[in-house]
Design a protein around this ligand. Structure first.
Ligand code: ZN
Ligand code: ZN
Ligand code: FE
Length: 770
């Protein structure tokens, strides 16, 4: 969104304007760009970086000033984001030139550090130009491209605060760095082969096999031969293999302990990507953006990659080369590389050379290392295009630490997130910094990454929170960490309320709204596990208007990993203890499970929408055991691929002041359809339609009860695009305003932000002691 205020111009003639710009305007080549445009429009004045963004003073003809401001918006560097442009008149001064001023270190540092940027076209051309002094130099960059957040220790974003500090620029580099007309003016990571970082290739024992540019050729050769290469990139190490080499891809899966979860691939350019995936113009633009994320897009027939890259998935996660090193490897080695995070499954990505040698021992055959340190680890971001908008699945490199603009100012609050897909979030002023994806906190490394990021964000943004907001789940490590923070107030925030508040906050909507939160697991205010919730509330409080009926989950987490167990639990409840004969039960010890259910031993009840998906998918004949999170639901959705009737029956039972969605009739109808010979595809299409109709009906009743016309959609289950698009479209057609996530993921990656938003609302509404 862009806000703008243009002062009354008065009479035509010469004017001086002060133009305040907020957004991502530092470290992205913005000041040299402003300088060029100002000169082109014959303006005098200056441009200065401040703690909040950029301030321009420009003087000239009124028409030229207007065109200048229009050009600032329309021609800004690719990585710049203009969030807020305010113009105010100044008295004319006597001057003859337009200058780039020194940075002003005033006020609070909210301009922060830019996100990492993919190699720009100019640097790419130089990289492959034999006549250029940076020919084949893997650390080429300029003000329009290169690492930023991942090499920065503290602000202001200046070379001594980055891991480029140990490299002192040669005369040629310094001349570029100091010349406002040069593309490398104040490019903090500026370097060349004679003064900058270098590569080397090592074997698994750490023995150096090749140095500098020869290391690239040697690594490319080994990739061609099917080796697994660990390579140090921008946000951490990747594990790479030739994506067309089936044996090599399988070996990588086996060594990494990653059985079926799709692996991302990297290619040189959009043309190559189009050979792998069917891409819309919007998807291609996303792929080619300065953030260079992994984009999920439908597979192209005849793609030529190993079937082990993304088995049973109808999509590939594809990204373009974003570091110079990637371009070199793809030019000299295989044309498509599997590029997966350099970590043992589900642990944080490795960033240090020694750490990689140790933690990736037994996985990688060779290590391509370099001596520019990574100071903040950041995985590749994962995005896709859905229902006309870009949606985020994992927000990390290229997107952090770009702030999320809030509707208003308020006290500083820290949200520490959930437990899986964790992020943390600091609110300060009218901005929120959501950390990169931190992942699963349950491993030692994961929890260390969490603590390191809390410290890092606090240091960078000088945030001293007035409140720490956390999940209600007492066993989450993030909750436990929060409870150990003495001397600062703490607030427990219900998981699905955090989802609702995150969606409201991201849309700068104050609420109240009807929140349809379809999720896997979240600790409820009653101590049970919630997850299929319709809440009514705002950022301060909520009430549980409706929820899916609680169903038993025999074995708890065991049933999450083995959806057939969820199927038995739901059938047991739906049929009053008599589990009917169904094909999916064959080969499983159903008797033992039924006995467990009858005696209610370790059978927690849950209103989770994710578990309902697992149970129905299993009953319909879907996958009995999963190899990665939500696999059963994903494959079930792919099998259906559309919404089709007739919907299964459901019932809404008022219980006190809450509406309970009876799941039993739905489960029985699914079981009957399967006994009648319905295929997985048929059951899936009907089940998705059922959920759309069901939640539409619940929302109608919530609207009738409250008069509200705004619906917020959040929760990991809404990453199911069939359900998400179907529900959003039907709600819109019914006249509702639908709020959805875009910048933040609908999954638990948004929880920290939601907690912080709730925490701030709580602080601001708290009765004052006076
Ligand atoms: Zn560049
Ligand atoms: Zn140099
Ligand atoms: Fe959640």
């Amino acid at each position: 969104m862009t806000r703008s205020a243009t002062p009354d111009a008065g009479r035509a003639g010469r004017l001086r304007w002060r133009i305040d710009i907020r957004g991502v305007v530092q470290g992205v080549g913005f000041r040299p760009f402003v300088h060029r445009e100002a000169v082109a429009y014959h303006l005098t004045g200056k441009v200065v970086n401040t703690g909040q963004g950029v301030v321009i003073e420009a003087q000239g003809d009124e028409g030229a000033l207007s065109r200048f401001v229009a050009a600032l918006r329309s021609k800004a560097p690719a990585a710049a984001v203009l969030q807020d442009v305010t113009i105010s008149p100044l008295p004319l001064v006597a001057e003859t030139a337009f200058a780039i001023g020194r940075s002003e270190a005033t006020g609070s540092p909210s301009a922060g550090i830019p996100a990492d940027l993919a190699l720009c076209p100019e640097c790419l051309a130089e990289l492959f130009d034999p006549g250029n002094r940076r020919f084949r130099y893997p650390f080429i960059n300029c003000t329009n491209c290169g690492p930023r957040y991942t090499i920065t220790r503290a602000i202001p974003y200046d070379r001594p605060q980055t891991s480029m500090a140990p490299f002192s620029m040669c005369n040629d580099c310094r001349a570029e760095y100091e010349d406002p007309a040069d593309r490398r003016f104040h490019a903090q990571p500026n370097a060349c082969p004679s003064c900058g970082p270098h590569l080397w290739l090592a074997d698994a024992a750490g023995q150096r096999l090749a140095e500098r540019e020869a290391a690239v050729a040697a690594a490319a050769e080994r990739l061609q031969a099917g080796a697994i290469l660990a390579l140090k990139g921008i946000g951490g190490f990747h594990l790479a293999v030739d994506a067309a080499n089936h044996e090599a891809v399988q070996r990588l899966r086996q060594r990494k302990g990653r059985e079926e979860k799709p692996l991302a691939v990297m290619v040189r350019d959009p043309a190559r990507a189009r050979q792998l995936c069917r891409l819309t113009a919007a998807e291609e633009a996303l792929l080619d953006s300065a953030a260079a994320p992994i984009v999920l897009a439908p597979k192209q027939p005849g793609h030529g990659l190993s079937p082990a890259v993304a088995p049973k998935s109808d999509r590939f996660g594809v990204m373009l080369a974003y570091a110079p090193l990637h371009h070199l490897l793809l030019a000299e080695g295989p044309a498509v590389l599997v590029m997966t995070s350099g970590n043992p499954s589900e642990e944080p990505i490795c960033i240090d050379n020694q750490e990689a040698l140790q933690r990736l021992a037994g996985i990688a055959d060779f290590f391509l290392c370099h001596d520019r340190d990574i100071l903040s680890r950041a995985d590749d971001s994962v995005l896709w295009h859905l229902a006309g908008e870009t949606r985020t699945i994992r927000r990390a490199r290229g997107h952090v630490p770009r702030p999320i603009l809030l509707a208003a100012d308020g006290p500083a609050v820290l949200g520490v997130g959930g437990e899986l897909k964790n992020t943390i979030c600091c609110l300060k002023g009218d901005q929120a910094w959501v950390s990169q994806h931190l992942g699963d906190l349950k491993s030692l490394e994961g929890f260390a990454f969490f603590r390191e990021t809390v410290a890092h964000l606090g240091r960078i943004y000088e945030v001293t929170p007035e409140l720490v907001a956390h999940d209600l789940h007492p066993a989450y490590l993030s909750t436990r960490w929060a409870r150990e923070q003495d001397g600062v107030p703490r607030l427990g925030v219900q998981h699905h309320h955090a989802h609702l508040a995150a969606c409201l906050g991201e849309n700068r909507h104050a609420g109240p709204a009807i929140g349809v939160i379809l999720d896997g697991t979240g600790y409820g205010t009653d101590g049970t596990i919630w997850g299929g919730e319709v809440l009514i509330g705002d950022c301060r409080e909520f009430r549980r208007f409706a929820h899916l009926a609680p169903m038993p989950l025999p074995g708890g987490d065991a049933a999450v990993a083995e959806p057939w167990r969820a199927g038995v639990g739901y059938l047991h409840a739906a049929y009053g203890g008599a589990v009917p004969e169904l094909p999916f039960l064959q080969g499983h010890d159903v008797g033992a499970l039924v006995a467990q259910l009858a005696r209610r031993i370790n059978c927690p009840e849950t209103s989770s929408c994710g578990r309902l998906f697992d149970a129905v998918a299993a009953i319909a004949g879907g996958r009995p055991v999963i190899r990665y999170e939500a696999q059963a639901a994903i494959e079930f959705m792919q099998a259906g691929a559309r919404l089709a009737g007739p919907a299964f029956p459901f019932e809404l039972d008022p219980e006190h002041d809450t509406l309970v969605v009876a799941v039993a009739p739905l489960v029985r109808a699914v079981a009957e359809a399967v006994r009648g010979g319905a295929t997985v595809a048929e059951v899936s299409a009907r089940f998705h339609l059922t959920l759309v109709e069901l939640f539409l009906e619940v929302v109608r009743r919530a609207a009738a009860a409250t008069g509200l016309g705004t619906v917020a959609l959040s929760g990991g289950v809404l990453q199911n695009h069939l359900l998400f698009v179907g529900l959003a479209e039907r709600l819109q057609a019914a006249g509702f305003t639908v709020l959805t996530h875009g910048e933040l993921p609908a999954n638990d990656g948004c929880i920290a932000f939601g907690q912080a938003v709730v925490g701030r609302a709580w602080l601001m509404s708290r009765p004052k002691p006076w």
